[in-house]
Design a protein around this ligand. Structure first.
Ligand code: OGA
Ligand code: MN
Length: 209
């Protein structure tokens, strides 16, 4: 299969990731995959597939509305084969990350996320006490015509301080164990495709996170 990006492009992104624990990638999804994902999101919304997100594991089941208020829908290759081009791109990323950063990655998990107006996610790391197999986080924003007045910035607290606007087809890749981040209140519905490259695969949805 033809790679989606040149070795130089990946090297440039991964160098920055290695240096800063975080890299912002503009126009990340190729046009055909972007359309696929964007249309898929609309179908899932229309079908009412998104449900309130939970924190932590199935053992801490209660919805902690004071921590996060997004609605999510897990996606996976078995259930959603129409998203295969997207998963192929993630495989490409996973292979290069493993090779370039010497990380042993074995799987990934992704969900669609929608923050309703007023939605937020308080400061957190993407690794949990009970579950630390998330190595890298990838957030791809799907908000057309997003302007700073709409809020919803991804605020990075550590290891650097910066705000990232969730503009259409921008992606952020960062270390799940090191980067302390939050989602500031969005004043408009805010959509993303968010996922994690894993040390060891876990059953999607099994842990209820
Ligand atoms: C998350 C998260 C960031 C964003 O889902 O864990 O931090 O910008 N998302 O949507
Ligand atoms: Mn997070």
């Amino acid at each position: 299969m033809q790679p989606y990006y040149s070795a130089e492009q990946w090297a440039c992104w991964l160098d920055q990731l290695a240096e800063d624990s975080l890299v912002v990638m503009e126009d990340f999804l190729p046009a055909s995959i972007l359309t696929l994902v964007d249309d898929f999101f609309d179908v899932q919304l229309a079908e009412g597939a998104l449900a309130p997100a939970k924190i932590g594991t199935a053992f801490e089941e209660q919805r902690l509305a004071e921590i996060r208020s997004d609605f999510i829908c897990w996606i996976d290759q078995m259930q959603h084969p129409q998203l295969n081009p997207f998963f192929e791109l993630i495989e490409e990323l996973k292979g290069l990350v493993a090779q370039e950063l010497f990380l042993s990655l074995e799987g990934f998990e992704f969900h669609l996320a929608q923050y309703p107006p007023g939605g937020f996610y308080k400061p957190h790391l993407d690794q949990f006490k009970a579950r630390n197999n998330r190595m890298l986080s990838l957030v791809i924003y799907l908000n057309r015509n997003w302007i700073p007045e709409h809020g919803g910035q991804l605020r990075i607290h550590e290891p650097v301080c910066k705000d990232i606007e969730p503009v259409f087809n921008r992606a952020v890749l960062f270390r799940s164990d090191l980067v302390l981040h939050e989602v500031l209140p969005a004043h408009k519905t805010r959509k993303s495709l968010t996922g994690w490259l894993l040390k060891r695969p876990s059953g999607v949805g099994l842990f209820g996170v």
